[in-house]
Design a protein around this ligand. Structure first.
Ligand code: GLY
Length: 358
């Protein structure tokens, strides 16, 4: 194995996240020793790599592959049923295991399949996108979408291990990589300013997957997620800070019928949250400008249609993150000082939106 970094997630179900290059072969070591059968759930774009992974794991177990549709198309109950069918036909037992091999949607679906088969089997998550590595595959949120909305059905099901092989990112398009990187930027604003400093020092290097700076920022973002979910798996408190930029971001994704990448939507959402923080008298102007500068330098969007406000507000009011009928936003008192702003005045929200309306 190469120079892998191990980040531990503590809590009731503790596990390790391994980050490095060329570490895909270590997935076998992460599986439960008793597992005789393994189901690898992957999207069509990773068929070849899934086959190779299968060859590596074959030595002492039966390895089944489930190819599922990519992105949100894969996060459907029918797709989970397809996986259950493969498991049923193979007499998959409670000691067998699942591998989620793909982006965030694939690891969410694979986690859900593992959480539900025989009331729960072990899963090793092998994220293949930036978003998957720093967010979706860590923290045990699993689920599927329904006609009524995203992630309405699911379970908290912590993985046995998460293996992040940075080599897998080489094949991503620059757009996809940068969009996923928005979650890394978020980690910089709410938790780890070193990420922001690395981006400011050399933005191109920070998003170059072969650079040390990129790896450092990814590790810092994963470390943040590991600490937050280690303390608050079920989002009873601290975990809510991860929603920075997401309240408006989710509404934009909805307005765009999920054709925008998640990271692009939360980039606008972070800009909005920063403006809201400023107008609420919390965040200094310079910190808001820092958001605009960093997001713009990376090529991430910071504006959205001026006329969309009423639609976005209505969607936010329906969003599951509005608790007890009240809208809640994560705002900043300063960089790395997130806090909750509950039920802000609609005029304040409108004023913040004017600052991102393009
Ligand atoms: N993606 C937000 C969370 O895991 O809580």
């Amino acid at each position: 194995m190469t120079d892998a970094t191990t980040i531990a997630v503590s809590g009731d179900a503790s596990y390790d996240i391994t980050v490095g290059r060329g570490i895909l072969p270590s997935v076998g070591d992460a599986l439960p020793p008793a597992a005789r059968k393994v189901l690898v759930i992957h999207p069509p774009t990773l068929t070849e790599q899934a086959e190779r992974l299968r060859e590596q794991l074959l030595a002492d177990r039966e390895v089944l592959l489930a190819e599922i549709p990519d992105a949100e198309q894969g996060k459907r109950i029918e797709v989970a049923a397809f996986c259950w069918q493969i498991m049923g036909r193979a007499d998959f037992t409670r000691t067998d295991a699942v591998i989620g091999f793909g982006g965030g949607a694939v690891t969410d679906l694979a986690g859900f399949v593992a959480a539900t088969w025989l009331r729960g089997v072990e899963i090793v998550q092998v994220p293949t996108t930036v978003l998957g590595m720093v967010d979706a595959a860590v923290g045990g949120k699993t689920g599927v979408n329904t006609a009524e909305g995203k992630n309405l059905v699911g379970a908290f099901w912590t993985p046995r291990a998460v293996v992040c092989d940075l080599d897998l990112l080489d094949s991503l398009s620059p757009n996809e990589r940068v969009a996923g990187y928005a979650e890394v930027v978020k980690a910089g604003f709410i938790w780890a300013p070193e990420i922001l400093e690395l981006i400011e020092a050399d933005p191109a290097r920070a998003v170059d997957p072969r650079s040390d700076a990129f790896r450092r920022t990814i590790e810092l973002a994963i470390d943040m997620k590991a600490r937050v979910v280690g303390e608050d798996l079920r989002e009873a408190g601290l975990r809510e800070i991860l929603n920075y930029g997401h309240t408006l971001g989710h509404a934009i994704e909805h307005a765009e019928r999920y054709r925008w990448r998640h990271g692009a939507a939360i980039s606008v959402g972070m800009m909005f949250a920063a403006e809201l923080s400023r107008l609420a008298g919390r965040l200094p102007d310079a910190a808001v400008q820092r958001h605009r500068d960093i997001l713009t330098t990376l090529g991430l969007p910071t504006t959205y249609r001026a006329g969309a406000w009423q639609q976005l507000l209505a969607t936010m009011q329906r969003d599951k993150k509005s608790r007890g009928g009240m809208l809640r936003f994560i705002v900043l008192d300063d960089i790395a000082k997130p806090t909750v702003l509950q039920a802000p005045d609609e005029s304040l929200l409108f004023a913040a939106y004017q600052e991102v309306a393009g």
